[in-house]
Design a protein around this ligand. Structure first.
Ligand code: NAD
Length: 514
């Protein structure tokens, strides 16, 4: 492995040049030639640690050529051999969990326990793809008509691309490439420019596992690279995960250019707490799901909808837990919550705390009081709790994507469901109750793609599929799992008869089965 995570930057003067993060094309690192690059920071120190190459149109084209050249042989590789390679990827990623996680901590800022959790959930997708011989089995009907058999097969699309967000630099690429390449496609990854190194490290692992050159490529960059991916005639499909505005753009542009597109967007996830819920369990869940990964998860709980008289004791129980949340850098073994991704993002999140308070919400805990925010080192912000938030407030209407939990108080369960169903997002949601009948009613009527019952972050296991509704997903198929296999393949149905001159005759009627 040539690219391992470097130690966190020290406190000396900033260097004038930084190690470069290059593209990975055709089985090796390729230095960028566009003359454009972006800074990569250690969010825990706030200091730049690397520069990442930004691809030009020509560089994306080069990656597509490498992927297109690799496709015929990869597609023709037996399913057994592809499965064997997936098992090897699985073993290598498993053996290097800590190395992958170190890249995440170094560039995203998430603490090691959280980073290892991300790797573990990503690995599940590689494990799922190891079952590709079973997953690609088609159907067969003997004697569909006299002497005629019919069977279905699923074939890869060709070159497919994945465009991924900053908040899961290893897991979201694994959501995509595992199924894509197991199905026989070749893949181009355009990771977030904010934390690009994990992608190159994964590329090295894939090569070591025996993935042929050109089957997996990484182009780094910004909108220039994304737009070329969306326009390139030799890219058959695009998977995207990121914010809603970009997801909508990706979906509209990609489909207009004839591509198959799945584009997962932002979220505002609500957790209903009913009066019969166990308050301690609901408070534990709300704190874990709101502040884990500094709230930078698309499945983070950002709104607790407190029903009836549960609100006061619940807010008290949540508040009591907040001073114990240990905020700090990933190098601190006790830290539970790291910094935010950039200074700009941290300041945007902080602005919603101010705007919520100005709009009349009750600021129960203010993350701006945290010493790491106050001393300005790194992109830290403490945990915040806003009570008495209403749906008309700016802080409610936006995806904050930071460690800010909002409490909305409503009198009844139908009011709570109405709030969720009126929200433009529909990614994940959950309900805390002891009443099975209400829980069942909730799963029946709530407009969201992923539902938790006494589970705050209901990210489906890899053998189901992941996807939201409404502005949280554009396209028809959810990500990974069985829907991922469908997305990365297209169906073909063969109707077959072996020659039998004795029964052959001219018949101009429409073929019948009986
Ligand atoms: P983002 O939309 O800013 O970026 C995602 C990707 O799109 C990156 O690779 C980026 O380089 C590219 N990009 C950004 N702006 C672009 C533009 N104008 N044109 C073309 N490409 C562009 O998202 P982010 O800030 O990296 O990630 C956070 C967002 O992702 C949040 O909204 C979060 O909810 C969402 N997210 C959703 C899911 C999900 O499964 N629904 C999962 C993770 C993150």
């Amino acid at each position: 492995m040539t690219q391992t995570a470097e130690p966190r930057a020290g406190t000396g003067p900033a260097p004038t040049t930084y190690p470069r993060v290059n593209h990975w094309i055709g089985g090796g690192l390729v230095a960028g030639t566009s003359g454009r690059s972006g800074p990569v920071f250690d969010p825990a120190t706030g200091r730049q640690t690397r520069s990442v190459d930004f691809a030009s149109v020509e560089e994306v084209d080069r990656a597509v050529r490498a992927a297109a050249d690799a496709f015929p042989a990869w597609r023709a590789t037996s399913i057994g051999k592809r499965a064997e390679i997936m098992f090897r990827i699985r073993n290598l990623a498993d053996a290097h969990r800590k190395d992958i996680a170190a890249h995440l901590t170094a560039e995203h800022g998430k603490v090691p326990s959280d980073a290892l959790g991300e790797v573990a959930r990503g690995l599940e997708n590689i494990e799922f793809a190891c079952g590709i011989p079973q997953l690609l089995k088609g159907g067969f009907t003997e004697q569909a008509s006299t002497g005629i058999d019919v069977y279905s097969i699923r074939q890869p699309l060709g070159v497919v691309a994945g465009i991924t967000p900053f908040n899961f630099p290893a897991m979201v690429p694994m959501w995509m490439f595992a199924n894509a390449i197991a199905c026989g496609n070749t893949f181009i990854l355009k990771p977030s420019e904010k934390d690009p190194s994990a992608s190159n490290y994964l590329a090295e692992l894939l090569k070591e596992a025996g993935v042929p050159d050109g089957v997996f490529n990484v182009v780094h960059g910004d909108k220039v690279a994304v737009d070329r991916i969306l326009e390139h005639p030799d890219i058959a499909a695009v998977s995207f995960v990121g914010s809603t505005a970009v997801a909508r753009y990706i979906y509209e542009t990609g489909t207009r250019n004839g591509k198959r597109v799945q584009a997962l967007g932002g979220a505002k996830n609500h957790m209903i707490v009913l009066p019969d819920a166990d308050i301690g369990m609901a408070a534990d869940a709300a704190v874990s799901a709101a502040y884990g990964s500094a709230g930078e998860r698309c499945m983070a709980i950002s709104v607790v909808v407190a029903v009836g008289d549960v609100a006061d004791p619940l807010v008290e129980a949540i508040s009591a837990r907040l001073p114990k949340v240990k905020v700090g850098p990933g190098s601190d073994p006790e830290a539970e919550m790291g910094p935010l991704i950039t200074r700009e993002h941290r300041d945007r999140v902080a602005s919603f705390i101010a705007s919520g308070q100005a709009a009349g919400a009750d600021l129960v805990v203010d993350g701006r009081q945290h010493v790491l925010y106050q001393d300005g080192q790194g992109f830290f912000l403490g945990v915040s709790l806003l009570d008495h938030v209403t749906p008309d407030m700016e802080c409610y209407r936006n995806e904050i994507f930071g460690p800010v939990l909002e409490i909305v108080r409503v009198p009844t369960y139908p009011d709570a469901v109405a709030i969720i169903n009126d929200n433009p997002y529909g990614n994940g949601t959950s309900i805390f109750t002891r009443d099975g009948g209400v829980a069942r009613q909730f799963q029946f009527e709530v407009n969201a793609g992923m539902v938790g019952i006494n589970v705050p972050i209901p990210v489906p296991v890899a053998y189901y599929s992941f996807g939201g509704w409404k502005s949280s997903l554009f396209g028809d198929t959810h990500m990974y799992g069985p829907e991922g296999i469908n997305f990365y393949t297209r169906g073909k149905v063969v109707t077959s008869r072996w020659p039998d001159p004795a029964t052959s005759k001219v018949d101009l009627g429409f073929p019948r089965t009986r």
